[in-house]
Design a protein around this ligand. Structure first.
Ligand SMILES: NC(=O)c1ccc[n+]([C@@H]2O[C@H](COP(=O)([O-])OP(=O)(O)OC[C@H]3O[C@@H](n4cnc5c(N)ncnc54)[C@H](O)[C@@H]3O)[C@@H](O)[C@H]2O)c1
Ligand SMILES: [Zn+2]
Length: 349
């Protein structure tokens, strides 16, 4: 088992390895001793892993209540979130109790936000079950839900007490969803880990090693800028366009795939403009092909660029695009909206 410590205030650890799910009852007392636990999970994960997680918690003496919602990004709404909060109050949860988010990024984001809001904040732990949640969303404390006008428009920065990442559960993921999760790992590699980039270009890799490297990179960024006042923006590489692609597809394209397309376009744009070293896009292509994530955007570029203009990270008429210099080095570049659109248009050609 690997452990990465995230030095936020307070600090927490991310445990990564096989067999952790059935040991939750042994692992939890160090971070959430003697309290009631609300397991929050979606219907798919509940069927696959709910019984094992609950059995382990109950065996360790935890009273457990479980909230199950239908799986998928379309459920990441105010209405599901409201039902979650009502459930916690109806089950009599108080400030000393805790939430266990068991699932992918949708579950972790919503359950984390419920933890941040319920009674003005109760403790929670993340148990990620998708590759995306393991390498990215379970760590760093961004929680939230979508609003009608866009993704993650309501939320809170709220760190978990711990993250328990069982690598065994990744093996029931449908291939498509597994592959999509690797997009966030490729993102980490391009931002700052050329060794990781090399691993992801191979036909197969050690999941534990890839997750450990991604979590370590994310932790080092989040520790320096927990609330995204500067450096943390680097983690949005591929995401400005990626979010626009996701929204314009009505979420039929999932997050990881949309981010992969966003990384391709922004890297092409950076190379065309002379910002990125020649060969950067070719290197990215090789790795994304190995991960079955290479592709082109089908959406009308002008519609996408209009959606970029509505991005929540835009301030006044400026936004920050993360551009690669080379594999392993990216920089946030602030520009006005028109400059951003011109640059991205070149990347979409
Ligand atoms: N908070 C952050 O920092 C952050 C970072 C990246 C992405 N996100 C968010 O994460 C979300 C995407 O996460 P996701 O891709 O994990 O989506 P998800 O939670 O919807 O999971 C994808 C699908 O896989 C199923 N599933 C989950 N675990 C499984 C398993 N072990 N075996 C079989 N099926 C399983 C789920 O039921 C679901 O149908 C987006 O909403 C995105 O905005 C958040
Ligand atoms: Zn992402």
């Amino acid at each position: 088992m690997n452990t990465v410590t995230v030095h936020t205030e307070p600090a927490y650890s991310v445990r990564i390895g096989p067999g952790l799910l059935s040991k939750l009852g042994e692992l939890l007392p160090s971070v959430l001793p003697g309290c009631k636990i609300a397991v929050i999970t979606d219907d798919v994960v509940s069927r696959l892993y709910g019984p094992a997680a609950e059995a382990s918690l109950k065996e360790a003496g935890y009273p457990v209540s479980t909230f199950v919602f239908p799986n998928g990004e379309a459920q990441k709404t105010l209405s599901t979130f409201g039902a979650m909060l009502d459930f916690l109050s109806e089950e009599g949860f108080d400030r000393s109790d805790g939430i266990l988010a068991l699932g992918g990024g949708v579950t972790g984001d919503m359950a984390g936000f419920a933890a941040a809001c319920y009674l003005r904040g109760i403790r929670f732990v993340q148990v990620p079950t998708t590759f995306l949640a393991a390498v990215d969303s379970s760590v760093g404390g961004k929680t939230g839900i979508n609003l009608n006008r866009g993704k993650n428009l309501a939320g809170a920065f709220y760190q978990p007490q711990a993250v328990f990442c069982d690598t065994d559960v990744l093996h029931t993921l449908p291939d498509e969803i597994y592959d999509e999760g690797t997009a966030e790992a490729v993102k980490c590699a391009v931002i700052g880990d050329p060794t990781l980039f090399g691993l992801l270009g191979k036909a197969s890799f050690s999941e534990e090693e890839v997750i450990r490297r991604c979590v370590a990179l994310k932790a080092s960024v989040v520790e320096q800028d927990e609330k995204e006042e500067g450096l943390r923006a680097i983690l949005n590489f591929g995401h400005t366009l990626g979010h626009a692609i996701e929204v314009c597809s009505n979420y039929t394209l999932r997050h990881g795939r949309a981010v992969a397309l966003g990384m391709i376009a922004v890297t092409r744009a950076a190379e065309k403009s002379g910002f990125a070293e020649k060969g950067t896009l070719d290197a990215l292509r090789q790795v994304l092909e190995a991960r079955k994530l290479w592709g082109s955007v089908n959406e009308d570029p002008e519609r996408l660029l209009a959606a970029v203009g509505a991005d929540k990270k835009k301030r006044k008429d400026r936004l920050t695009l993360v551009l690669p210099r080379r594999i392993g080095a990216c920089e946030p570049v602030s520009m006005n909206l028109d400059e951003a659109k011109t640059l991205l248009r070149a990347g979409l050609e």
